[in-house]
Design a protein around this ligand. Structure first.
Ligand SMILES: Cc1ncc(C[n+]2csc(CCOP(=O)(O)OP(=O)(O)O)c2C)c(N)n1
Length: 688
């Protein structure tokens, strides 16, 4: 009954190993079959190599999945998550068998792709192929950075590996080259990648679209590469893992020739093992062929369970051993030990915000990117856990922490990172650093290129990861580089990501307040959207509402009376706040009383109470929004009664002020449009 291809790839394993591996295989088969949905192929083919890792070397404690010095394991090929859930259950994580039986069902802890925070032991949300590999690089970076900061002679308190299991799809995605290149360049010897080299993707053979020499590619990135020809050769995989760990100077890729759908008489080595259950009959044939009981399903032999559950004793012992070493470290270095605990717990020191600047009018004009750079320098000196950089735009994005050194190969104490021109993997690496914990990661690029890193930003928001993005050159106002570099639809794009806080400050003082929000927000990403061009400074003597107003998303910056409602409210963000202020002055000379609301964050404003929002934008008062971005969205932010001065084309190459003027971003146009809104209203009034 065993298919010929299977025979060709089977090697004799000790009975217990085979029993354990088949337990994983058939749990996955049964999960997918019961859910009538999912991918059985990868788990069946990769069970043996995953077993080699989890049984022989992975350092983890099922009873304390968050222990700081555990090894990290990421299943980058998230579609194969039935394998991960099976491993978590059998090794003793808090994932009962019933949860495996509820695979992919509403409210279960076994969702269709691994979700961070939903299942104990899942270290990263994966599914969008390639992201998990780059997350792993971020985790490995966090490990060496924290080791450089905290380890002392005789005290290696940070000392763990990052393992990633990838598939063809992970390595086809461009992000794998970005991340692979960074890991090789940085000599990250403690990331080890197991590659399920099964020659199959959804449309069929990898011959259709993926024929380069992957090993040569990773070798060229500076990785150690090894190949294991027999997918089920547990000892060979274990040996390759040992070799990889011995290689301290280079990351490691271990390509294991696996067979998708291993053991299935009609589906092994075919794309049919993807994306759907084996089917009742095929599952029966597969089980029979491998001497597995056809029923009951979800069968876990006692000997296998007992063997797997040794992970609890092993893991607890490893953790206890680390804790005693950590205690000894604390006795010798009490302050450092408390500091380690603080950063791992994501706590901020009490005085972290002290010494942040207050800018005065005579400091201007100042671009908000410049103000942000000044804030970063101060925050960076107060918060040694801040670590980040830019995708080769540091001098433009002002992301450098002066005096903090460069994070460089084997000089990992530096905190200024050089991601190279690799935005997608920069985003995913930041996620990995945040997932690891112990750091406040940030990264910057031009706002328009945030599109290149949208997939990891989406995941950061989904997982409430505290990552900070610094996006400069925030509008057509950036000028000469033209439409390719002038963001238009990026603001609404980012604002539409649930959980993403977007802040577009109007001046240097709003920028300081925005940074306070960003650092104080321990859950969820924050995007700071900053200007290239200089802007007047809104002096706090004239605009005292700024520090308290920015965290609320929107607030009254300038009003003609505290007692009466205005005739019209001008809402603006970023550089356009200054146009709103000028427009308001002009309107005032014409006898129209306008209020200016600065709204650096529509997301934060939407989260305020209705009462607060009504006080800022009184019902019945017409609204005019001014923002150099897509006009879409404003109605959903503040309601239907709004007119918008925005831009719904791509901008043009010319000096910034010229471009702004051509697209209607002038005080005169603000005034004109305000009159237009008021006239329309009067006409409507008279008709009624
Ligand atoms: C970025 C991204 N694009 C597309 C998909 C849809 N998808 C899921 S699995 C898969 C291909 C699976 O092939 P492979 O990566 O070789 O995995 P295996 O065949 O080993 O299961 C694709 C295209 C995805 N998950 N992520």
């Amino acid at each position: 009954m065993v298919p010929s291809a299977t025979l060709a790839t089977m090697i004799a394993l000790p009975a217990l190993d085979e029993l354990c591996i088949n337990t994983l295989r058939f749990l996955a088969v049964d999960m997918v079959q019961k859910a009538n949905s999912g991918h059985p192929g990868l788990p069946m083919g990769s069970a043996a190599m995953a077993y080699a890792l989890w049984d022989r070397s992975l350092k983890y404690n099922p009873r304390d999945p968050n222990w700081p010095d555990r090894d990290r394991f990421i299943l980058s090929a998230g579609h194969g998550c039935a394998l991960l859930y099976a491993l978590l259950h059998v090794t003793g994580f808090d994932l009962p068998l019933d949860e495996l039986k509820r695979f992919r069902q509403w409210g279960s802890h076994t969702p269709g792709h691994p979700e961070y925070g939903k299942t104990p032991g899942v270290e990263a949300t994966t599914g969008p192929l390639g992201q998990g590999l780059a997350n792993g690089v971020g985790m490995a970076i966090a490990e060496v950075a924290l080791a450089a900061r905290f380890n002392r002679p005789g005290h290696k308190i940070v000392d763990h590996y990052t393992y990633v299991l990838v598939s063809d799809g992970d390595l086809e995605e461009g992000i794998s080259s970005e991340a692979g290149s960074i890991a090789g360049h940085q000599h990250l010897g403690k990331i080890i990648v197991l590659y399920a080299d099964n020659h199959i993707t959804i449309e069929g053979s990898t011959e259709l679209a993926f024929t380069e020499d992957r090993m040569a590619r990773f070798a060229a990135f500076g990785w150690q590469v090894q190949r294991v020809e027999q997918s089920n050769d547990v000892e060979a995989v274990a040996l390759a893992l040992d070799n990889a760990r011995k290689e301290t100077d280079r990351p490691s890729l271990i390509a294991v020739r696996t067979h998708i759908g291993f053991g299935s008489p009609h589906k092994q080595d075919t794309a049919a093992a993807h994306g759907e259950p084996l089917g009742v009959e095929e599952a029966r044939l597969t089980k029979e062929g491998m001497n597995w009981p056809v029923s009951p399903s979800f069968h876990i032999p006692e000997e296998a369970l007992e063997h797997f559950r040794r992970a609890v004793v092993r893991g607890s012992a490893a953790q206890v051993e680390w804790e005693s070493r950590f205690k000894a470290f604390g006795q010798e270095y009490p302050e450092l030990s408390a500091e380690f605990q603080r950063v791992i717990d994501r706590q901020l020191p009490g005085d972290w915000g002290a010494g942040l600047p207050t800018f005065v009018a005579s400091d201007g004009p100042m671009a908000t990117r410049v103000a942000s750079g000044k804030v970063i320098e101060i925050l960076g000196s107060r918060l040694p856990e801040m670590m980040g950089g830019s995708a080769d735009l540091g001098p433009s994005t002002h992301t450098k922490i002066d005096g903090a050194g460069s994070f460089e190969p084997e000089d990992w104490a530096g905190r200024n990172m050089h991601f190279g021109i690799r935005e997608n993997s920069m985003g995913a690496i930041l996620n990995g650093m945040a997932l690891h914990s112990g750091l406040i990661p940030y990264g910057g690029t031009f706002f328009v290129f945030s599109d290149y890193m949208r997939p990891p930003m989406r995941l950061a928001a989904m997982n409430a990861l505290p990552v900070i993005y610094i996006f400069t050159h925030d509008s057509i106002g950036m000028g000469e580089d033209g439409p390719t570099h002038q963001p238009v639809e990026q603001l609404i794009g980012l604002r539409s990501i649930p959980g993403m806080v977007v802040l577009r400050p109007a001046d240097a003082n709003e920028t300081v307040a925005a940074w306070r929000v960003a650092i104080g927000r321990k859950q969820g990403p924050v995007a700071l959207v900053l200007t290239r061009q200089g802007l007047p400074v809104l002096d706090l003597n004239s605009y005292p509402a700024i520090p308290a107003g920015v965290p609320l998303g929107g607030y009254i910056l300038a009003d003609f009376s505290t007692a009466k409602d205005p005739e019209i409210t001008l809402i603006a963000t970023g550089s356009e706040v200054h146009l709103a202020l000028k427009g308001r002055d002009q309107l005032q000379t014409e006898g129209v009383n306008a209020r200016v609301v600065s709204m650096p964050s529509t997301n934060l404003f939407a989260a305020q109470s209705e009462d607060y929002r009504d006080r800022i934008l009184p019902k019945g008062v017409p609204l005019l929004a001014i923002e150099a971005g897509s006009p879409m969205g404003w109605q959903s932010y503040v309601g239907p009664r709004i007119a918008v001065i925005g831009i719904d084309t791509f901008g043009s190459s010319a000096p910034g002020p010229v471009v702004m003027e051509h697209y209607g971003f002038t005080a005169e146009n603000v005034c004109r449009q305000a009159h237009h809104v008021l006239n329309q209203r009067r006409e409507k009034g008279s008709c009624a």
